[in-house]
Write a protein that binds this ligand. Sequence first.
Ligand code: MRU
Length: 353
Amino acid sequence: MTLQAIRYHRGNLEILDQLLLPDTTHYFSIQNANEGWAAIKKMQVRGAPAIAIVGCLSLAVELANTEITTLALLKELVEEKLDHLVTARPTAVNMADSAARGKALVRQLAKTKEYEPEEAKLMVIKEFEGMLEKDIEVNRNMGRFGAQHILQHYSKTPVNVITHCNTGSLATAGYGTALGVMRHLHENKMLKHVYCTETRPYNQGSRLTAYELVHEEMEASLICDSMVAACMKEKKIHAVIVGADRVVANGDTANKIGTYQIAVVAKYHNVPFYVACPSTTFDPSMGTGKEIIIEQRPHNEMTSIKGIKIAAEINCWNPGFDVTPAELITGGIITEFGVFKPCEIKEKLEKIK
Ligand code: MRU
């Protein structure tokens, strides 16, 4: 059974505390949107798709347990809570995308006055609930398209891949984005070995991806972030596959800090570099990566691990993400609709969506 980061039934949301993994498996309950915001901010749940799902479901739980007497009240509450949820993590666009959909729905419901307040509330709840199933379906499609592309273009035999950060069941509703591609390759006996980076400073690779790879019984090795170039030189790496937090109109892509340097090294070694993300990670409102706001994280994430100091008293620079220029995404951008070149992503997705 795959790991489950999010447990939900109407009126009840529990999430796996990812800060305690891999040592402790602890689910805790989220009762409302403010608690959802806090869990996202603290990174008890993280990963662009999971952030959006937990944010919206935390509001669904709050709505299920709140009596709504007027449509105006529903609109005001949903708009205010969604706007707040978007502020928890600024770089990943998925929460903002879901918030825009949720707000459009309540505005429409308040304008048309076709439904009673409680009926309208239920429609909003159902809209948020749909995200769970949809995300898994989208991930499965990405997995299939990505695996097919790699096998068609780069290898007829089982592949070795490098991945960064965590993009699996813990970062999504299940299956995963980049890890979903590896999962599909594995299910079809076409995955030889995964090299996963530690992903300093917050170690999503060593704490979470390594845990998922072991759980799924994929052949894998953990490497430090500083070993990527040596790994590409020494091992036969067929592809790098990473996730994304925001892909903008020209294909520039924000993802976990360290992604950019892996893309540079991949280009040097002629290894195809893939980004796997749902179309909800695409943000056509920004022209280039220069416009993306990069979240700055607290210094103590670099200077200590689980409360133990590992650095001298020194100032730190701790951006949570970096931007990989489109030209370095040489394999392509894997979406639920197919694999696209970064330069064609805008046109393709605009035609489909
Ligand atoms: O800071 P995090 O752990 O939320 O960063 C996560 C990543 O950068 C992932 O690669 C990205 O969100 C894709 S998750 C499917």
